[in-house]
Design a protein around this ligand. Structure first.
Ligand code: IPE
Ligand code: IPE
Ligand code: MG
Length: 245
């Protein structure tokens, strides 16, 4: 759906964040990269709290990409360990706070214990609807679209999907974000100005904000700044500005 926020000038319905710069944050302090990732989890906790206080309802964070498998095994293992730690330590609190957790991305390649934890977190929070936290883990936009296309082709062959009536909205139901609004605002920390295969379908018309802060140093005030910058934008979705003659 590319209908944009229902509340012009108000809060974005869905904010997505590319949490980048953990390694550089650690490097600048002569610490191992893994410490940067640990401090990144702290920044994530503060961000989720901040987002709830601001009144956001949908937050997606990019925490491990399908391309991140190119990193050394030790770093990949450290990142898996941190996901496990975050979900297992915070699940009860998130649950009590009315947070629904969804993990975006392919389960292929994930160790069994991580898969089990992901299923548990999703199942135990599936009745919550106050705040939607999506964790993109083992996620790549192209992989997600390919997987959706494969499932669609298989449903078409099985006679479950009717290809002639297929449109953008029905295709969206095959994506990991099915049922969620498209992100209105995508934030990337660390100063890099690229999308790195994140939500490439869903963020087709998102506003982009690139911040120079490295992820472990990200605080709710940076989130508020990004939202203020979003609120000053004029979203046109290919049309004309309101009031244009
Ligand atoms: C973001 O920080 C975390 C992941 C991509 C998993 P990086 O690890 O990419 O940190 P930099 O970009 O090397 O500083
Ligand atoms: C994007 O960051 C992925 C995550 C934040 C999980 P990367 O650090 O992997 O992206 P590139 O390699 O700079 O594009
Ligand atoms: Mg990076």
């Amino acid at each position: 759906m590319m209908d944009g926020g229902e509340d012009p000038g108000g809060l974005p319905r869905h904010v997505a964040i590319i949490m980048d710069g953990n390694g550089r944050w650690a490097n600048a302090r002569n610490l191992p990269r893994s410490v940067g990732h640990e401090r990144g989890v702290e920044a994530l906790r503060k961000t989720v709290e901040g987002a709830r206080e601001i009144g956001l309802t949908h937050l997606t964070v990019f925490s491990f990409s399908t391309e991140n498998w190119r990193r050394p095994v030790s770093e990949v293992n450290a990142l898996f360990g941190l996901l496990k730690m975050y979900v297992s330590q915070d699940l009860n609190k998130l649950k009590a706070d009315g947070v629904r957790i969804r993990v975006l991305g392919t389960r292929t390649g994930l160790p069994d214990d991580i898969r089990a934890l992901v299923e548990q977190a999703q199942n135990e929070t599936c009745d919550n609807d106050r705040f939607h936290l999506c964790i993109a883990f083992n996620y790549g936009g192209r992989e997600e679209i390919m997987r959706a296309a494969r499932q669609l082709a298989s449903d078409a062959i099985a006679g479950i999907a009717d290809i002639d009536s297929f449109n953008e909205d029905t295709f969206g139901e095959y994506l990991d974000t099915a049922g969620l609004p498209d992100p209105d605002l995508v934030i990337r920390t660390s100063g890099e100005m690229r999308i790195s295969n994140f939500l490439i379908w869903q963020a087709a018309y998102a506003e982009l904000v690139f911040l120079d802060v490295l992820w472990p140093a990200f605080r709710p005030k940076h989130l508020r700044e990004a939202i203020t910058s979003y609120q000053a934008r004029q979203r046109r979705f290919g049309g004309l500005a309101a009031g244009t003659l």
